[in-house]
Design a protein around this ligand. Structure first.
Ligand SMILES: NC(=O)c1ccc[n+]([C@@H]2O[C@H](COP(=O)([O-])OP(=O)(O)OC[C@H]3O[C@@H](n4cnc5c(N)ncnc54)[C@H](OP(=O)(O)O)[C@@H]3O)[C@@H](O)[C@H]2O)c1
Length: 344
């Protein structure tokens, strides 16, 4: 068994990593850290994790693989010495997602804490970068919104099916913003209410643009991405729209089956992407590592429409991180991730 450690187990992503690793056949979680929780039994902070029998430390003990679930900035600082010491690191923050340090510094409004480590980091979306992830020492787990939006648009851009003018309309449950308290996420503010935010440019647009641009010829796609907060705990549903490129599909209803065929073919061998037969809902992904995609065509407007949904804490974070770890350590890609969604 390999020994895994989690830096910052006390957030939602850290806790979800611990839950998923509990059932991993090849890896044992042996060390967890947290700032405010240091010195406490993990069971005191998260009673549902009591069977792990761990105590939260200030530093990791000796481990074979490290997950960081710290916020951006703090994460690169914490993992840099571990990377330099040769440990495989899987990072949930945005610190290693963007190839271009200037992009990072302008989007995140801070100096990158370890720019020398960026060239070797790999964007951890196995469906696009499987071979690179398998060889990487540092993997950046994609953001939760990008984890739903990029798979929704990748096949269409790769096939030249759409014009490079895309709208991504995403809805997220409140756990997407983490456990740290703020007024927007108080029950009485968020319940029975829907909020659009980030209209002037949400951070995740940077990585969505980076990854989608790599899939097609220039010009880079123009992307409008608008996230919404909806009153549920977990889940992201993204509806993505783009005009069909002229002459790429047959007229009429056949367009729909041709588009489905392109998506089914693109994801034919993917264990965690399912092209489904009817528009999916977030509950169908709850607790699972699946991303569900429903591509169709708005025949009146000549537009591709793709509905994508996943659990932000699993395929949008901890599950995808474990999928990356499986590739990095040479385990079956699906190890520890076979559970179906919890329903209803
Ligand atoms: N939530 C999601 O759906 C999601 C999805 C994908 C990626 N991510 C990314 O995953 C990381 C963790 O997200 P999360 O949702 O788990 O966050 P979270 O629930 O808000 O947890 C963050 C915790 O980190 C601790 N913390 C904050 N600043 C710190 C610092 N400078 N040093 C040490 N500890 C600090 C705080 O704990 P104490 O104050 O108690 O110490 C806080 O509870 C973030 O980088 C986030 O962007 C989140």
């Amino acid at each position: 068994m390999k020994r895994a450690g989690i830096i910052n187990v006390t957030g939602y992503v850290g806790a979800e990593l611990a839950r998923l690793l509990w059932r991993h056949p090849e890896v044992r979680l042996t060390s967890v850290t947290g700032r405010s929780g240091a010195g406490k039994p993990l069971a005191e902070v998260f009673p549902h994790l009591a069977p792990l029998g761990l105590t939260i430390g200030e530093e990791l003990n000796s481990v074979d693989v490290v997950f960081s679930a710290l916020p951006h900035g703090a994460s690169a600082q914490a993992v840099a010495p571990l990377i330099e010491a040769g440990l495989p690191v899987i990072d949930h923050s945005a610190d290693f997602r963007l190839r271009d340090v200037d992009d990072y510094e302008s989007w995140y409004g801070r100096k990158h804490p370890a720019p020398h480590l960026l060239p070797d980091a790999v964007y951890g979306m196995p469906e696009l970068h499987r071979d690179e992830v398998a060889k990487a020492q540092v993997v950046a787990v994609p953001g939760c919104y990008p984890s739903s939006a990029i798979p929704a648009l990748a096949p269409a851009l790769r096939a030249g099916l759409i014009e490079h003018d895309v709208i991504i309309d995403s809805k997220s449950g409140v756990s997407g913003a983490g456990r740290t308290l703020d007024l927007k996420r108080h029950y009485s503010e968020a319940n029975e209410s829907v909020l659009a935010y980030g209209l002037e440019g949400h951070f995740h647009l940077a990585e969505i643009t980076q990854e989608l641009s790599r899939l097609c010829e220039a010009p880079a796609p123009r992307i409008t991405f608008i996230p919404h907060l909806v009153p549920m705990t977990r889940g992201i549903l993204s509806t993505c729209y783009a005009p069909l490129a002229p002459g790429r599909v047959s007229p009429g209803n056949r367009a729909r089956s041709e588009v489905r065929e392109i998506y089914s073919e693109f994801y034919r061998n993917e264990p965690f992407i399912r092209v489904v037969d009817s528009p999916p809902q977030t509950k169908q992904a709850w607790g699972s590592n699946y991303c569900l995609l429903y591509p169709t065509v708005d025949l009146r407007a000549g537009r591709l429409v793709v509905v994508s949904c996943l659990d932000n804490l699993v395929k949008g974070a901890a599950g995808q991180a474990i999928q990356d770890m499986n590739l990095m350590l040479g385990f079956p890609e699906t190890a520890g991730l076979e559970d179906l969604a919890v329903y209803p």
